[in-house]
Design a protein around this ligand. Structure first.
Ligand code: 5AD
Ligand code: SF4
Length: 481
């Protein structure tokens, strides 16, 4: 109880006299009464699908729930509040979320007091919000991506009236001062901007996350400084297109300037960022990275396709020559940089020779790792209106892409054999309890045994040096030195 009180007090002082603080206070009182009568606090479970931006939003929802007096739990069965943070990037993500929301019906039947809130990108689309309204009557409220700060208000209104509420969208703003309940005590997400202006023709994000807007650099520097002081070691700056950070703002600070400011913070930590758009990834940024102390030698630069025709149809506004030029500059300035990318196969206008263009770029660039996706039509986007390719063609190209990429990744990883890497340990490996797992500066997963006599739990969140003895396409193995 003491911890909850302290947390709530901190949050309320951060939120000041905002409306949000008032709703947090009300729900908190309601939860206090419950705890007094029942000898336990109400419990909240937050389930997040999708990208890191969603993870960051989920941590804010959990932060608000905690400030409202809920205990945060990691399974839904005994929850009094379930928040489902949905994704809409591909059809599969939506199907998964809908199926899980369907399963929560049983928990609600056993506990009619259970409150279920659905938020995130999926329900920001009108048709999905309507679907929840019509087919999931046990969902108490719906909140869009730009409305998550309203969670305390929605909850309070629902508690008062028991009337279902649907709020798919506010005018997008930059909300500061939301409490955050971080999942990890050493890896942290920091949103630096929200929304996207690019309207790539396949992508739903600009429709569900609104136009680009950036947080003030002072707020970001303060947050990162606090994280480093609290012992965070791996901090990832998030935005749909971090390279357009600061555009249109009243203050002057572009992304490279921001990185330079953050690099001035003292401490032993890595700084990462995602995602970069190749049309905006500047030489200035690469120059800043090259002399930085904290920025990880890793660049995620989504290519999407290796065909200029397809890139144009995707509305990406760069061509393969521009992409290759940026890669060459990165490698000139930071020779051992790891480069990773996103590829979409089966875009509607992709023919066999376009796809071969993608394979050819894989061979030229030699990416450390690829996140590859089969194109999924998204309602309301231009590409969804184009004649579509057969699933068979898409599947066959996807497999060929993986077959091409795996030996490339393995070859690159073989270079690490015999080298000693600094690794941030995550604790016991989920797949083999005799091993620890962690990630290096290039974000590669590394497995290694604990030193004899030292418990695995002691390693989580610590940097260790690991000498690599074995490499695979997706993992490195070694021993602590
Ligand atoms: N179908 C398949 N993949 C997509 N992505 C975005 N939209 C779609 C879609 N409709 C991929 C892109 C992007 C990554 C986050 O998801 O590669 O970079
Ligand atoms: Fe989607 Fe393109 Fe924006 Fe990325 S840059 S979020 S792919 S529209």
């Amino acid at each position: 109880m003491d911890q909850r009180d302290k947390n709530t007090k901190n949050v309320l002082s951060e939120c000041g006299k905002t409306e949000r603080a008032e709703y947090i206070r009300r729900v908190c009182d309601w939860n206090d009464d419950f705890a007094e009568q029942n000898g336990r606090r109400r419990r909240a479970y937050v389930l997040t699908f999708g990208c890191q931006q969603n993870e960051a939003d989920g941590e804010k929802m959990a932060g608000m729930a905690r400030a409202m007096g809920y205990e945060i739990i990691s399974a839904p069965d005994t929850a009094d509040l379930i928040m489902v943070n949905t994704c809409a990037i591909r059809e599969h993500a939506e199907k998964k979320a809908l199926s899980v929301i369907g399963q929560f019906k049983h928990i609600r039947e056993q506990n009619p007091e259970l409150i279920i809130g659905v938020c995130g990108c999926m329900v920001t689309q009108e048709h999905r919000c309507e679907q929840i309204k019509a087919s999931y009557p046990y969902v108490s409220f719906v909140l869009g991506t730009s409305s998550i700060h309203r969670m305390p208000q929605m909850l309070w209104n629902y508690i008062q009236k028991h009337k279902r509420l649907f709020h798919p969208g506010d005018a997008p703003t930059v909300e500061e001062g939301m409490p955050v309940h971080r999942t990890s005590s050493y890896r942290a997400w920091v949103s630096i901007m929200y929304g996207c202006n690019n309207f790539c023709s396949y992508c739903i994000v600009p429709y569900v996350r609104g136009r680009e807007r950036s947080r003030h650099p002072d707020d970001i520097v303060r947050e990162v400084r606090e994280l480093v002081a609290a012992g965070y070691k791996d901090i990832t700056l998030l935005g749909q297109n971090v390279n357009s950070y600061g555009k249109g703002a009243e203050w002057q600070c572009d992304f490279a300037d921001l990185i330079a400011r953050l690099d001035g913070i003292e401490g032993d930590f890595w700084l990462r960022f995602m995602t970069s758009h190749p049309k905006d990834a500047s030489r200035k940024l690469i120059d800043v990275m090259a002399v930085s102390r904290h920025v990880a030698r890793h660049f995620h630069l989504p290519l999407q396709s290796g065909s200029d025709k397809v890139l144009s149809d995707m509305n990406r506004r760069y061509d393969t020559a521009k992409y290759l030029d940026t890669v060459a500059y990165m490698r000139e300035k930071i020779p051992d940089i790891a480069i990773t990318s996103d590829i979409i196969v089966g875009f509607p206008t992709e023919d066999e020779s376009d796809f071969e263009g993608t394979l050819s770029i894989l061979d030229t660039v030699k990416f450390d790792m690829l996140y590859s996706f089969i194109y999924s039509p998204r309602k309301g986007t231009p590409a969804a209106e184009m004649p579509q390719l057969d699933d068979e063609v898409k599947g066959e190209r996807f497999n060929r892409l993986l077959t091409m990429q795996n030996p490339i990744a393995e070859n690159i990883n073989l270079d690490s054999v015999g080298k000693t890497l600094k690794v941030l340990c995550d604790g016991e490996s989920k797949s083999n309890s005799a091993l620890l797992s962690g990630r290096d500066e290039k974000n590669k997963i590394v497995f290694f045994p604990p030193v004899e006599g030292t418990a695995s739990a002691e390693y989580a969140g610590r940097f260790v040096n690991v000498k690599i003895s074995l490499a695979e396409a997706f993992a490195l193995y070694g021993e602590i030195v």
